[in-house]
Design a protein around this ligand. Structure first.
Ligand SMILES: Cc1cc2nc3c(=O)[nH]c(=O)nc-3n(C[C@H](O)[C@H](O)[C@H](O)COP(=O)(O)OP(=O)(O)OC[C@H]3O[C@@H](n4cnc5c(N)ncnc54)[C@H](O)[C@@H]3O)c2cc1C
Length: 562
């Protein structure tokens, strides 16, 4: 058995946001943490993601003169989530709001470079305590070459799949490059940044890769061991305390001890179909096949914690993401519900939600309204307004980014249904023609004057921000009136599960009697989230993992001598 005698203070399972932040905080306090990561890559879903962190009252807001506070944050969480329950207890909400800004300051002091996502509204900015000016921060475009041989060990993310060095704050404008002057200018800047960096021989990391890459560099410089290809299989209990893990390291069994405990930051179980089916049951039945979460997030660490007696909550819940069929995933279908001239309908041909609201809210509404799949209905005005690739083709193929060009095989093969009338479209998708006709007529009455009396689409700055800024008077609502008409099935995909072990405000895992399991901490999607069954803003999930990783490390630091 390898490494049995390594004297680590804290064993951190998983190299996502919570694991990376906890390791840096523990190291900065003089402890010896180790990160054990199952995959050959660092960063999990965190590296793959948009990489924003939603932190109310953060120091970058302060520096920009934007007023915010924990009190505003608390009011907002109460308005969005509702009354506290155990995972989203008053103490955990307060802990998140108090530690978040401190964590950002700490990371900046350590050398992490972030920028404020100014103008990216809270998802319910129209609720009490909500902010339209934005509370999210994101890693700056960062040259991955600084990682040396570790450069290729960061889980490839969003920016790499788009093919541009684009930040998450900027990404939405790429679709609108031909619609407005600001979007054109921003797209030009992003293209210029990308090609200039290539000329300089740089490898710019953006989004989650910037965060994970920068954090990895800080950890390596601080001498923190990061063990890749090390899969944790079991938790080790000695004298009534969790004292380490049993793992398979490069295929060899290894016992890794943590004098002060173990932090579980191994993500959700989105990629474990058996667990998904078990916990979603009949209410939100989902086998995980629509998930785009990190393939390594398969739930065995969560299962080990449950076997040890950990209490769980929200196990049927996920960070839902309304998702078109996979082969069309990298297209403007992903933003259609934010744009005018589109609606979602259920099997009965009825609308059921404000389509432009948070992806988590829309996903839940799909389940609650017999809308799995939902049908995205749009007209030719939408087709013409957007480019149909969201990857940046090589410059010589730029024509593919010209708005309106739906790949012809999607139509020919019937992946996108097309018809000259709404009634004919309804017949193609097996929906009652009269019902769909009535829905569209009703929607069009309001949409003609930019209103949505049924679901108030366009009511929030968040709705309007993600819409088509060239469309007046409401950037997210426009009639479905220009033939031909189109339909695409949309399923409740996700970017991760958000149920797991129940923790207290110190990120300690609780047992069935609500007592902390000695030596055991959890952060991120491993734990039932502090945000209940809601999603308050851009980067909420990464903030959740990073802040509770930070909190866990602080608790270990504060209690190490006790
Ligand atoms: C494409 C995409 C875009 C997203 N965009 C955003 C966004 O903009 N904002 C936002 O807030 N959220 C976003 N999310 C969701 C967010 O990234 C995740 O919810 C969050 O990063 C989860 O963090 P985590 O630390 O819990 O898990 P992860 O970051 O997934 O890390 C868990 C790690 O644990 C490892 N692991 C698993 N099992 C074991 C084991 N047995 N032994 C050792 N290691 C193990 C995994 O391999 C993984 O590396 C996005 C997700 C995706 C996929």
């Amino acid at each position: 058995m390898a490494d049995a005698d390594e004297p680590f203070d804290l064993v951190i399972v998983g190299s996502g946001g919570g694991g990376l932040v906890a390791a840096l905080a523990a190291r900065a306090a003089g402890l010896r943490p180790v990160i054990v990561e199952k995959q050959g890559f660092i960063g999990g879903s965190t590296a793959m993601s948009g990489g924003m962190l939603w932190i109310p009252g953060n120091p970058l807001q302060q520096a920009a003169g934007i007023e915010d506070s924990s009190a505003d944050g608390l009011e907002y969480l109460q308005a969005v989530i509702g009354d506290p329950d155990q995972p989203s207890s008053a103490a955990r909400r307060a802990a998140f709001l108090s530690a978040g800004p401190r964590m950002v300051s700490f990371l900046q002091q350590q050398g992490l470079r972030l920028f404020l996502c100014r103008g990216y509204p809270d998802y319910y900015d129209n609720y009490p305590g909500g902010k339209a000016s934005g509370r999210s921060v994101e890693g700056v475009p960062w040259d991955g070459r600084q990682l040396g041989e570790w450069r290729t060990r960061i889980n490839p993310g969003l920016g790499k799949s788009v093919g541009l060095a684009v930040t998450t704050l900027e990404i939405h404008s790429l679709f609108a490059w031909a619609r407005t002057l600001p979007a054109f200018a921003l797209t030009a800047r992003v293209v210029l940044r990308t090609y200039l960096s290539r000329l300089r021989g740089q490898d710019l990391f953006t989004n989650g890769m910037s965060f994970a890459g920068q954090m990895t560099k800080l950890l390596l410089d601080a001498g923190v061991p990061i063990w890749l290809n090390t899969a944790v299989e079991e938790l080790v209990v000695e004298d009534g305390r969790v004292a380490g893990v049993r793992a398979s390291r490069d295929g060899e069994p290894a016992l890794v001890r943590g004098r002060h405990g173990v932090l579980l930051a191994a993500g959700g179980f989105e990629r474990n179909s058996e667990m998904r089916l078990k916990y979603t049951g009949d209410t939100q039945r989902n086998d995980g096949s629509w998930s785009i979460g990190n393939p390594g997030n398969t739930g065995e660490v969560l299962a080990a914690a449950i076997a040890l007696g950990a209490k769980t909550a929200y196990m049927d819940e996920a960070i839902w993401l309304p998702t078109p069929p996979r082969e069309m995933g990298a297209s403007s279908l992903t933003i259609a519900r934010d744009y005018p001239h589109t609606i979602f309908v259920n099997a009965a041909g009825k609308r059921f939600v404000n389509e432009s609201n948070s992806y988590v809210e829309v996903g839940r509404a799909m389940y609650a309204n017999d809308a799995v799949p939902s049908w995205l209905i749009f007209d030719d005005a939408y087709r013409r307004s957007v480019p149909w690739v969201n990857t940046m083709p090589p410059l010589r193929q730029l024509a593919r980014a010209i708005p309106g060009r739906i790949p012809s095989q999607w139509l020919a093969e019937g992946k996108i249904k097309q018809a000259g009338t709404i009634e004919d479209l309804a017949r193609l998708i097996g929906v009652e023609p009269q019902a769909l006709g009535e829905t569209v007529t009703r929607f069009n009455e309001g949409a003609a004057v930019g209103r949505d009396p049924d679901f108030r689409r366009g009511i929030s700055e968040y709705n309007r921000h993600l819409g088509d800024h060239a469309h007046k008077p409401n950037s997210s609502v426009g009639t479905i009136a220009t033939p031909p008409f189109y339909a695409v099935p949309i399923n409740p995909g996700d970017v991760g599960t958000m149920g797991g072990v129940v923790c207290d405000e110190h990120a300690r895992v609780l047992d069935q009697d609500d007592q902390p399991i000695p030596g055991l901490y959890a952060a991120g999607n491993m734990a039932a989230t502090v945000f209940g069954r809601t999603y308050p803003g851009a980067g909420a999930s990464i903030a959740n993992t990073a802040v509770f990783g930070y909190i866990a490390a602080q608790h270990v630091i504060a209690t190490q001598d006790s």
